[in-house]
Design a protein around this ligand. Sequence first.
Ligand SMILES: [Zn+2]
Ligand SMILES: [Zn+2]
Length: 258
Amino acid sequence: MTADQLRSTCFVAGLVLFGLLEWLEPRAPLSEPRRVRWTANLGLAALNAIVLRLQIGAIFFAWVIWVERQGIGLFGWLTWPGWVEVLLTVVLLDYSFYLFHQWLMHRWPFGWRFHKVHHTDLNLDVTTASRFHLGELIISMLYTAIVVAIIGAPLAGVVAYEAAKLAAAQFNHSRLRLPRRFERVLGWVVVTPAIHWLHHSWEPQELNSNYSNIFSLWDRIFRTFRGEADESKLVLGLKGHREGNRLRLPDIFAIPFR
Ligand SMILES: [Zn+2]
Ligand SMILES: [Zn+2]
């Protein structure tokens, strides 16, 4: 199976699994019809797959393979058993994502133009994990390419990370309601929906917190953790982008250029 096939398989499996679970056990009622949001979110997913996975993605993976063959970066001169390198790659890339999300997507005005699109969703579910502007994914891929070279990440580690990143995002955006206590305990290790939903709040202090994707530890270490969302008080989305009928696919694609 190629990296692309693996990614598509994980994407569909996660979509079906979390889609079914959140439908059976929803965390909060929907305030907007699914149609507009799903067209926007899955439309972006399709566009990104066509442009990114099929074109630029090949260059990215060629780069990862080249880095591994050259033996550059951290793992180039510090050699560990293969499985340790794979595990460390997942952890280090998740940490690099935390920095990317906070500094390049929220604090850098140019990055925020693109990342805004992700935050305009007025409800959250498994499809929000695909609501990313092409511009954000291109910046993200360039950034990850640099990080991969610094780490000297093995291809297997990068592929494992990509799969884990996607599964984590599908889980922490989903509407799935978990038993409160279980979710609280789980939240000490990984980012749960209660943690990531708070990041989608329209309140600036909450929006600028909880940046982690897979492991919740980064927010806790660097003091950007603001706890879990209380769905009964939470308002999702962005101030100034609250009209559902103005958040159709062409509208949200144009947001960065306005
Ligand atoms: Zn964000
Ligand atoms: Zn999100």
